[in-house]
Design a protein around this ligand. Structure first.
Ligand code: SF4
Ligand code: SF4
Length: 325
């Protein structure tokens, strides 16, 4: 229950809870104290990182994710192009080998706009809810959403420009995403029109890939420019309601990223690569409340932190199964 509440709080913009020593398990307290008594030397830390780099770093999960994301989107394109009818539609609403699939946020928008839920939409929503519950909610963002891949490219450029001090990164309060969530829901209700779908880069890019480019791509280009020159991953961090909807489903999902404080160096490489670094607040020295903790459901399960961690302190896990992935 604590996990669900903390996940929802973080999803809606609240800062992560920071336990005092009374709220900590005895094991976690012992690890924190041992690290305080015998801190890791700078040399040992550098050696561990040099070793990780010498192994070529690790891009296992990133490569799997990119292959999946490109594969899923290509499936729609190929199916339409060759009229296979195996996969029909786009990411917002599709029929896959006869089964109806509907993006959860799009379903919500349609239901609010038309104030009714048609049978196909109900079936599609139920199928997708079950699928993303199993796969981990926001996994949709990093493993399927085509805008995510474009935004990763923009993020790479943004970070290089910041590093060279050509631009500054501007951050905003994460709570604005909740505000946008409510605004888009109210707009659908008030106008009877799925307003968010017209501006959602997920739907625009997905449809452009399948049916060909439209003028709406100019809007997507503008968003990417904003993310390159003004604010890192601004759309996904501060606006997109799709992430919130899938994050809510993900609070009960069995697939999570688990953190183990025992060997962690606390240098924060994981937080530097993360789209939602607040979920990794637990990796800051002295913050872990127990030896092992699951990252909250705002985590997109992208695996970048799992790849970058030199001590394997972050691993994928399926709740209830002993083995980590
Ligand atoms: S969990 Fe994060 S802070 Fe800890 S060792 Fe891994 S990358 Fe570094
Ligand atoms: S916590 Fe790790 S897996 Fe989750 S979004 Fe951040 S980098 Fe990706």
């Amino acid at each position: 229950m604590g996990y669900v509440v903390e996940s929802l709080k973080q999803l809606f913009g609240k800062a992560p809870a920071r336990p005092d020593s009374a709220g900590m398990s005895a094991e976690a307290r012992a690890v924190h104290q041992a690290k305080k008594r015998q801190p890791l030397s700078k040399e040992a830390l550098e050696a561990a990182h040099a070793e990780h780099r010498a192994r070529g770093g690790n891009h296992t999960w990133r490569n799997r994710r990119w292959a999946t994301l490109i594969g899923v989107n290509l499936l729609f394109v190929i199916s339409y192009y060759f009229d296979v009818q195996l996969v029909e539609g786009a990411l917002t609403a599709a029929r896959v080998v006869g089964f109806h699939f509907a993006d959860l946020n799009a379903s919500l928008q349609v239901t609010l706009a038309f104030r009714e839920m048609v049978l196909n939409l109900m079936i599609g929503t139920a199928t997708v809810t079950l699928m993303w519950w199993l796969l981990g909610g926001r996994t949709f963002c990093s493993w399927v959403c085509p805008y995510h891949l474009l935004a990763e490219g923009a993020e790479w450029l943004h970070l290089r420009l910041v590093q060279r001090r050509i631009i500054k990164d501007h951050t905003f309060h994460r709570g604005v995403r909740t505000l946008f969530y409510l605004v888009f829901a109210l707009l659908a209700l008030a106008t009877g029109y799925t307003v968010f779908e017209t501006v959602s880069p997920t739907g625009i890019v997905s449809r452009a890939l399948i049916y060909g480019p439209t003028l709406a791509l100019v809007w997507v280009g503008g968003l990417l420019l904003f993310e390159i020159f003004v604010s890192r991953r601004a759309w996904c961090r501060y606006v997109c309601p799709i992430g919130v909807t899938y994050g809510i489903v993900g609070t009960l999902s069995p697939l999570r990223v688990q953190y183990d404080v025992t060997d962690c160096h606390h240098e924060g490489d994981c937080r530097k690569v993360c789209l939602v670094p607040h979920v990794l607040d637990v990796t800051v020295k002295g913050r872990a409340a127990s030896l092992r903790q699951d990252l909250t459901s705002d985590c997109t399960r992208c695996g970048l932190c799992v790849d970058v961690c030199p001590t394997s302190s972050l691993r994928f896990k399926v709740k209830g199964a002993d083995k980590l992935l």
